[in-house]
Design a protein around this ligand. Structure first.
Ligand SMILES: Cc1ncc(COP(=O)(O)O)c(C=O)c1O
Length: 402
C-alpha cells in the first residue's frame, strides 16, 4: 500500500499527498489546559506568613505536583512569598525540586522504608520523616558511612492513626535516637485528623483539642529536649482555626492554593485561587428537540438546542460522576454541561448563549469575570473533596503559568 503521509518528527512539518505542511502544535492552549497564576500563590504565601507571625515558620506543602498546580511553580512562588521550607510526599517529589534548583529545607512527609531510598534522601539533602527505630538505625548507618549527620524529623501519632510512633513511645525512641551519633533530630510533628470539621467552631472539646493535648503532653514529657526541636502540628485547617496549634511551624497545602478547608468558613484572609481549568470549544452545532447527546443518550434535548463540544474529558481529570451536573463559564455566563462526560470531550448546552463560536474558551474551574467555580462546587455534586479534585488533573492538560 502506498504511504500517503510522511511525518518528520524532528521538525513540525509533514508531507501529505506530495505537499509539505507545517504543524503548529506548540501552543499549550490549543485544546484544554490548567492555568496557574504564580503571583497569586506568592501572595497567598505572603498572607499566610503574615497571619502566622514572625515566630512561626511556614512550610509550603507542594506534594502531588503542588496539588496539581505544578510543584516547581508553586514551590518557587511560595518561597518568594515568604515560605521557609517545602513539604513533599515522596522521595521523587523531593528530587524533582532539587533538580529544579531549590535549595531550601525539604521534608518528606511519607515514610521511606528501605536503605536505598533513605540513602537517596541523604544524598539529595532531603529530610525524611521517621516513625520508628528501624528507619532511624538505617539513617544512622548511612550517615556514619559518609562521615556526616543525617537530619530527620520524628512523627508522632496523636490520633490520625496513620504514620507516626505511639505517643507513649516517644521518649524512649528519642533517647535511642540521641544515642545514634550520626542522627540529628531536628523536628517533631504530628498531623490533625479532623481539623477541617472543627474549623469555624471552637477547637476546645473537639478531637483536635484531644490531639493538641496529646502533642503538648509528649512535648512536656520531653522536658528541655523539646525546645531544641522544630515542633509542628497544623495543616491549613489547624492554621486558620486556632493559633494554639501553630507551635514553631505550620504545614499548609490547601490554603496556599487559595481555598479554605471548609466551604462556609468565614475568614478575612485575602487568599485567592490560583488555578483555572479551561477548554476550547471544538464544534458548535444546532440540533432538534429530542436529540440524544453523547454515550448512552442520558441527556435528550428538551427544545431545539445549540450545543458546544469542549475538548476535555475524564482522561484529563474531570470526573465522569460530574456528568450533567457542572457548568462552565464563558464571558462570565454559565452554560450547563449535558450528557455523559466522555474520555476526551464533553458537551455544553449553549442555547441561552448562542453567540459562542468554535475556538472560544470555556472556564470549567476558577474565576471568569464575576463567576467563580470552585473545586468545592464540584465536590458538592460528586462527594469528592477539594484536595482530590485539584490532584486529579492529568499530565495531558498542559500547565500554563501566567
Ligand atoms: C503531613 C501533612 N501535613 C500537612 C498537609 C497539608 O494539608 P492541607 O492541604 O489541609 O493544608 C498534608 C496534606 O495532606 C499532610 O499530609
Amino acid at each position: 500500500m502506498q504511504s500517503m503521509s510522511k511525518i518528520n518528527r524532528s521538525d513540525t512539518s509533514f508531507t501529505f499527498g506530495g505537499t509539505t505542511n507545517t504543524v503548529l502544535r506548540c501552543d499549550p492552549r490549543s485544546r484544554a489546559w490548567v492555568e496557574v497564576d504564580s503571583k497569586v500563590i506568592e501572595n497567598n504565601s505572603r498572607v499566610l506568613k503574615n497571619f502566622i507571625g514572625k515566630d512561626c515558620l511556614l512550610m509550603a506543602v507542594v506534594k502531588a505536583d503542588g496539588y496539581g498546580h505544578g510543584a516547581e511553580t508553586v514551590a518557587k512562588a511560595a518561597l518568594i512569598g515568604g515560605a521557609d521550607s517545602l513539604g513533599v510526599a515522596t522521595l521523587e517529589e523531593g528530587i524533582q525540586l532539587r533538580n529544579a534548583g531549590l535549595k531550601c529545607q525539604i521534608l518528606i512527609l511519607g515514610n521511606l522504608i528501605n536503605a536505598e531510598e533513605l540513602y537517596s534522601s541523604f544524598c539529595w539533602d532531603l529530610i525524611p520523616t521517621i516513625s520508628g527505630i528501624r528507619e532511624a538505625i538505617i539513617c544512622n548507618n548511612i550517615a556514619e558511612n559518609n562521615n556526616k549527620k543525617f537530619l530527620i524529623h520524628l512523627k508522632v501519632d496523636t490520633g490520625m492513626t496513620r504514620l507516626g510512633c505511639d505517643c507513649k513511645e516517644v521518649q524512649e525512641l528519642i533517647s535511642k535516637i540521641d544515642f545514634l551519633e550520626n542522627l540529628s533530630l531536628k523536628g517533631i510533628y504530628s498531623h490533625l485528623a479532623i481539623a477541617d470539621k472543627d474549623l469555624g467552631s471552637n477547637t476546645q472539646g473537639s478531637f483536635t483539642q484531644i490531639q493538641l493535648n496529646r502533642f503538648e503532653k509528649v512535648l512536656k514529657d520531653l522536658g528541655e529536649r523539646n525546645t531544641l526541636l522544630c515542633r509542628h502540628l497544623a495543616n491549613s485547617a489547624g492554621t486558620l482555626s486556632d493559633k494554639r496549634l501553630h507551635f514553631d511551624m505550620v504545614r499548609v497545602g490547601l490554603s496556599l492554593y487559595g481555598y479554605f478547608p471548609l466551604n462556609d468558613f468565614e475568614s478575612n484572609l485575602n487568599l485567592h485561587p490560583a488555578l483555572k481549568v479551561k477548554a476550547r470549544v471544538t464544534l458548535v452545532r444546532d440540533v432538534e428537540k429530542g436529540t440524544g447527546v453523547g454515550y448512552g443518550h442520558c441527556f435528550k434535548t428538551q427544545r431545539k438546542s445549540k450545543l458546544a463540544v469542549a475538548a476535555i474529558g475524564y482522561a484529563d481529570g474531570v470526573s465522569r460522576t460530574l456528568s450533567g451536573k457542572i457548568f462552565a463559564s464563558i464571558d462570565g455566563v454559565l452554560v450547563p454541561q449535558v450528557g455523559a462526560i466522555a474520555m476526551d470531550q464533553m458537551v455544553f448546552d449553549i442555547t441561552d448563549k448562542p453567540d459562542i463560536k468554535t475556538g472560544q474558551v470555556l472556564t470549567l474551574l476558577g474565576t471568569d469575570g464575576e463567576v467563580c467555580i470552585s473545586p468545592q462546587n464540584w465536590c458538592d455534586l460528586s462527594g469528592s473533596i477539594p484536595w482530590e479534585v485539584l490532584c486529579s488533573f492529568r499530565n495531558r492538560l498542559p500547565r500554563v503559568v501566567t
